[in-house]
Design a protein around this ligand. Structure first.
Ligand code: 6R9
Length: 571
């Protein structure tokens, strides 16, 4: 991309010399930060919560700074340790055992986090669900995982099709309800009866911890299975990439129903004993800036979809708030448009650091480090201890600047260990020693990786391969365009043509002149073959709950095809 590079910087960053660090790196060094390295006793809940609660200097530090439009609450490490112990006792009373799957279908709330760590303390596997899931999505996940226990609210219970869930023995209800059968457990009542002491279940590093369901382009959602060992990489990336320090106030905007909301919404900050902001409720620019301001957030991990909305809300909104505490911003989930990085430099006087990883990878793999040069539009470079490459369909490495499969050499600590009950699906991710991501990308001469699209999204128009992301990025540079989703539409002559769906900024109208102007803008700014032949204005662009543009859905709509699994679609 024809974009100015943002230079490497000196500063008090945790990771100072990337090249040197990579050369001499061993994961064994990271393991020394955990108590199990000496005691042999493993549980991520102990490392993230109880270890700090046992430390006189840490126990009264605020761990969870919760706020939502109608509730504010602060829990110290000691509070969280006790509450999760109480919940672990409740689970134990109802026979939850190591390896059982216990699901959470709850709004982001203090109860969510207390129960989540309670589950881990029993050695059970936690399955967080998006609060907005409807019945089919809940059914698919609870059935497939054979969940024994579910924690939900009386309001959400309507969406739990219990008649189809024979394995579901008990349901914990958080909130007032009239259910009387033995199947239901009253959260508040049981918690107040439960002891705040609990003998944590020690597990193996390779034992199950969290199962995250994720949708592919076809078929039912699949259960991606993560183990306690993932903490090694959560810890390391929190240090190098999130650059966490003792006094930071950290905010990750992701919902715990998405892998980012667990790996980086709780584990990464708490493994380091850092104060963690959780904001409930829905998004609005004022709400988000207000949260950064009110809690004096220093480090912020968010997503391009949110950042693009902030760009479109304009700089005047930013000026209403005091964001002077903010020192470091990161993004994940979709490619970060160069336009957004430029805007971040202006609006916040800060660089925005893109990070790339997947549900399946469990933690960050390719990133922009706070101390390294940023090439806007690039996802950055692999973290120490990880080998990434561009390979062809046989697993052969391709030379620089050639587009191919983005692949990672097997064996990083947070890698998924299997896909629940689908060994053949798990196997299908690998070619020889490579985990093949399903993303297409290229690597430049200096080792920076450039995302092109999901493999199934890449467009081939008259023999030219076009990554939808590049076109979308150019489109949103146009002053009239707020968001864009780009697909390839079958065309008898050209194979595919580029079709763009856009939303317009305030004050612009959908006229043929404007659309032509936008088309020309891409043509002259990017290339003739990347200019959309068709442009359609929409009220919104369909996105997943984790902020990904659902190009697959745009395409199905365009072609009048069945829409497949849309359970992760944001309303
Ligand atoms: C953590 C997470 C994974 C897919 C991934 C890719 C896209 C994520 C990205 C990115 C470009 C980035 N993706 N980060 N694309 N640049 N920095 O998002 O997990 O929900 O499983 O999605 O998201 O396509 O393959 P998950």
């Amino acid at each position: 991309m024809d974009m100015q590079r943002i230079p490497a910087r000196d500063g008090d960053y945790n990771l100072k010399n990337y090249d040197k660090m990579r050369d001499s790196f061993s994961w064994d060094e990271v393991k020394k930060n955990f108590s199990w390295n000496e005691t042999g006793k493993v549980n991520i809940a102990y490392e993230a919560i109880d270890r700090h609660a046992e430390n006189p200097d840490k126990k009264d530090k605020v761990a969870l700074l919760y706020s939502s439009p109608d509730r504010e609450e602060q829990l110290t490490f000691d509070d969280l340790s006790k509450k999760s112990n109480q919940f672990a006792n409740v689970l134990k009373k109802y026979n939850v055992k190591k390896g059982d799957r216990v699901f959470l279908f709850l709004p982001r709330s203090p109860e969510f986090y207390a129960s989540f760590f309670g589950i881990l303390k029993t050695g059970a596997v936690a399955g967080p669900l998006f609060e907005a899931f409807m019945e089919q999505a809940v059914r698919d996940r609870l059935q497939d995982s054979e969940a024994r226990m579910l924690i939900t609210t009386p309001e959400l219970l309507e969406r739990v099709p219990q008649e189809d869930l024979p394995d579901l023995e008990n349901i914990v209800l958080v909130g007032d309800h009239n259910e009387s059968s033995d199947k239901y457990i009253d959260y508040h009542k049981e918690m107040s009866d439960a002891s705040t002491d609990f003998d944590i279940e020690w597990v193996d590093l390779e034992d199950g911890m969290v199962i995250h369901y994720t949708s592919g382009s076809t078929g039912k959602p699949k259960g991606v299975y993560h183990v306690h060992n993932a903490m090694v990489q959560h810890y390391a990336t929190a240090e190098w990439v999130i650059d966490l320090k003792e006094d930071d106030v950290y905010w990750c905007t992701a919902d715990p129903g998405w892998v980012t909301g667990t790996s980086y919404g709780v584990f990464a900050p708490w493994l380091h004993g850092v104060t963690n902001v959780i904001r409930g409720g829905r998004f609005s620019p004022d709400d988000w800036y207000g949260t950064l301001d009110k809690h004096n957030v220093t480090v912020w991990y968010t997503a391009p979809t949110a950042l693009r909305k902030l760009v479109s809300a304009g700089e005047d909104v930013v000026k209403k708030y005091d964001l002077s505490s903010l020192r470091h911003i990161m993004s994940v989930g979709e490619p970060l448009n160069p336009e957004v990085i430029t805007w971040g430099l202006k609006a916040f006087d800060l660089r925005i650091h893109d990070t790339w990883w997947m549900t399946e990878t469990g933690a960050m793999l390719i990133v922009n480090f706070p101390s390294e040069e940023i090439r806007p539009g690039s996802m950055g470079k692999p973290i120490p201890g990880v080998d990434a490459a561009i390979v062809d369909n046989e697993g052969n490495e391709l030379p620089p600047n050639q587009m191919g499969n983005l692949a990672i050499k097997k064996g990083w600590p947070s890698m998924m260990r299997h896909i629940w009950k689908r060994p053949e699906k798990f196997q299908s991710y690998f070619i020889n020693e490579w985990y093949v991501s399903g993303d297409s990308a290229y690597k430049d001469e200096d080792g920076y990786f450039w995302f092109q699209g999901r493999l199934d999204d890449v467009i081939n128009t008259s023999g030219e391969r076009v990554g939808p992301f590049e076109v979308e990025s150019k489109l949103i540079e146009h002053p009239a365009v707020s968001e864009a989703g780009v697909i390839g539409k079958p065309d008898p002559e050209r194979g595919e043509i580029i079709k763009a769906f856009i939303t317009l900024n305030e004050g612009y109208e959908d006229t043929p002149e404007l659309l032509e102007d936008i088309r020309k803008f891409v043509k002259t700014g990017l290339s003739a073959h990347s200019a959309p032949r068709e442009l359609e204005v929409k009220d919104s662009i369909p996105k997943t709950r984790s902020g990904k543009i659902m190009r697959r859905l745009l395409k199905s709509w365009e072609l009048g095809l069945p829409t497949g699994d849309t359970s992760t679609l944001e309303e």
